[in-house]
Write a protein that binds this ligand. Structure first.
Ligand SMILES: [Fe+2]
Length: 311
């Protein structure tokens, strides 16, 4: 069977997005490379849990000349020495957005990598109750024989420290906040991320970590009056920014994961296929069927096309 990933590269899209923001790669960069070759964005951002199997600049060599690459780290990027070294030891290590705001493709993008760990700081508690305010303070309190490479333990290099969080709070304003942890709208999200987003004044928050592509507004989990739009992005998926205004204004548009699957199959012609009446749907368009609760039928049609089956 042909892997869907081998179907890439896709045909080039007609309009280039400014930024593509990718869910946790966990060592698989095929969707990242394919999407960059297809859409030619000005920049990309990886949302952490990168876990490159060789130095990141080698993994992404095919697209380094095509786009500008940025990332934040995730909790799994400190799982092993190899995970750590292939990210922080790569020639792209300086592209980590954690704890700062950088202008990318005309937008001010703030980054918060890593996760909250209660042994250091539970952000539901005041910062002055944190066990440790900074990586430096943790290092000083760590016995020499317990240090890793003469610094803090490897695992805590993906922990969010109060000092890093506060430094980012003071770095605004920004347009976009990328985080590994989710904002409060997610069941396992954090109010502290919302407070950070509002302090920075961003209009968009995009998170990874939970392996779910979700448009919280479209799902009815977020109000249109919320101070920022929030999205989660799954492994192998991406969010294109700015959002497609046609898609935004289309009532009852198909779910994001279905649009991405259609893009994998049809490339730039995805929306054309979704909007074309289909005889097997009694003349209904796949987009209308999906918007009316028939996403599964459309998904199986796309899978059948992708794998060479009968539709
Ligand atoms: Fe994660």
């Amino acid at each position: 069977m042909v892997s869907p990933k081998q179907l890439f590269p896709l045909p080039r899209a007609s309009a280039s997005p400014e930024i593509l923001i990718f869910g946790d790669p966990h060592g698989d960069f095929t969707p990242v490379i394919a999407a960059v070759e297809c859409f030619r964005p000005k920049a990309i951002v990886l949302l952490g849990d990168i876990q490159a199997r060789q130095p990141l600049h080698i993994e992404l060599q095919p697209i380094l000349a095509l786009t500008e690459l940025w990332f934040i780290h995730g909790n799994h990027d400190t799982d092993s020495d190899a995970d750590y070294d292939n990210l922080w030891g790569s020639e792209l290590a300086g592209r980590n957005l954690h704890g700062r705001v950088v202008e990318i493709a005309g937008y001010r993008v703030a980054g918060l990598g890593g996760i909250f760990r209660g042994k250091i700081w539970d952000p539901r508690r005041p910062i002055n109750e944190a066990a440790c305010v900074s990586a430096d303070a943790l290092r000083r309190s760590t016995r020499r024989e317990e240090r890793w490479r003469d610094g803090i333990g490897r695992r805590h290099r993906s922990t969010i420290f109060p000092d890093d969080f506060q430094q980012l709070l003071r770095s605004g304003p920004a347009n976009i906040l990328v985080t590994h942890e989710a904002p409060a709208v997610h069941p396992h999200g954090w109010q502290a991320i919302d407070e950070l987003a509002e302090t920075l004044g961003v209009q968009l928050v995009v998170h990874g970590h939970h392996h779910q592509s979700i448009d919280y507004l479209a799902e009815g989990m977020q109000s249109a009056a919320a101070p920022f739009r929030a999205f989660g992005v799954d492994m192998g998926s991406h969010l294109a920014w700015p959002l497609d205004p046609q898609r935004e204004t289309r009532l009852g548009s198909p779910p994001q994961d279905l649009l991405e699957l259609a893009t994998q199959v049809f490339g730039a012609e995805a929306q054309v296929w979704l909007d074309k009446p289909h005889e097997q749907l009694d003349g209904q368009t796949p987009a209308a069927l999906a918007a009316g609760g028939g996403s599964e039928k459309v998904r199986s049609m796309l899978n059948a096309i992708q794998y060479g089956g009968v539709v």
